[in-house]
Design a protein around this ligand. Structure first.
Ligand code: PEP
Ligand code: MN
Length: 332
């Protein structure tokens, strides 16, 4: 349930109302906009008399939220969330480009790619240290050492880093990581979601291979309900009957999510297509459709990459993509 308060209500009256809701065992989410304060009520609101609430002199309107996602719902929080990633803002009109290799392979590799990606216009550095691979015989990532190399690249370039977590026991290793990625395969690992929800770190939550947008939003809800509001949703393609591409990029997810939620939407055209030459057109399409950020896999030597070389663009190709994105944003 959402209660919109009339403008200019003294704080004391707002606090009294919040205390009353809390005495009914409800959690209250307060969203202060430019004109209105909105109280989002989480919990069993069946005992609340909606007509009585509407009749209070400080209340402008009350509505029930039928969707099962509450904290992530735009009705709860009409203004778009802006996430502060170590001084870099993402969401609510602040656009960012996340770039880097699928896997961190060596210190030289990640530092070199970070430098060229930054020069081309990337603002955040990605790189996998713990890799979720379909085959146990494939490269599994450099693990803790990979995070150390990412931190070295961060030190040398000043770029905040994004890297994937697969096991909540590894959280201590993520102390200096700026954005924790929860990958597609773990989108419904609810215990992991709860643990990253207990941190206050920005989380990049990727859509599962076969998950609906509502399931994605419910997974965001798991993180937010533990007290972490800093969630970014990532559309990275879903599995369909098409086989020419690795996945099918669901572009309509971007405007749909923007209607449903206040959380920023990131698009990953690399995993969505699995083909390097499709990354540029799909990144441009994502930006045109309103994405708050794109995440692109960049490798210095894609042919010899230890993972996802076929979908990785070179630094030169990335430079061109970043310029195209800039032009699309100017047109918008
Ligand atoms: C990745 O970003 O490298 C990755 C493994 O992505 P996804 O979880 O979307 O497959
Ligand atoms: Mn990858």
């Amino acid at each position: 349930m959402v209660a919109v308060l009339k403008p200019g209500i003294p704080q004391e009256k707002i606090d009294n109302l919040i205390d009353w809701f809390k005495s009914r065992s409800l959690d209250v989410h307060v969203s202060k906009g430019q004109y209105h304060t909105i109280l989002g009520l989480i919990g069993d609101t069946s005992s609340i008399d909606i007509d009585l609430l509407r009749s209070l002199d400080i209340i402008e309107s009350v509505m029930r939220i039928s969707e099962p996602f509450k904290s992530a719902n735009r009705k709860f929080h009409p203004e778009s969330t802006v996430i502060d990633i170590n001084g870099i803002k993402l969401g609510g009109g602040h656009f960012q480009i996340i770039a880097g290799p699928c896997s961190v392979e060596s210190k030289e590799q990640i530092v070199g790619i970070a430098q060229s990606a930054k020069a081309a216009g990337a603002t955040l550095l990605r790189g996998g240290a713990f890799k979720p691979r379909t085959s146990p015989y494939d490269f599994q990532g450099l693990k803790a050492e990979g995070i150390e190399f990412l931190l070295e690249a961060k030190k040398q370039t000043g770029m905040p880093i994004v890297t994937e977590i697969m096991n909540a026991n590894h959280l201590p290793l993520f102390e200096d990581v700026d954005v924790i990625q929860v990958g597609a395969r773990n989108m419904q690992n609810f215990e992991l979601l709860k643990e990253v929800g207990k941190t206050k770190k920005p989380v990049l939550l990727k859509r599962g291979l076969a998950n609906t947008l509502q399931e994605l939003l419910m997974s965001a809800e798991y993180i937010m309900s533990e007290g972490n509001p800093n969630v970014m949703l990532c559309e990275r393609g879903i599995r369909t009957f098409e086989t020419y591409t690795r996945n099918t990029l669901d572009l309509s997810a971007i405007p749909l999510l923007k209607d449903l939620t206040h959380l920023p939407v990131v698009v990953d055209p690399s995993h969505a297509t699995g083909i390097a030459r499709l990354v540029k057109p799909m990144a441009m399409a994502a930006v045109a459709a309103g994405a708050d950020a794109v995440m692109i896999e960049v490798h210095n030597d894609p042919q010899h990459a230890l993972s996802d070389g076929q979908q990785s663009v070179t630094p030169a190709e990335f430079t061109d993509i970043a310029q195209r994105i800039k032009k699309i944003r100017e047109v918008l």
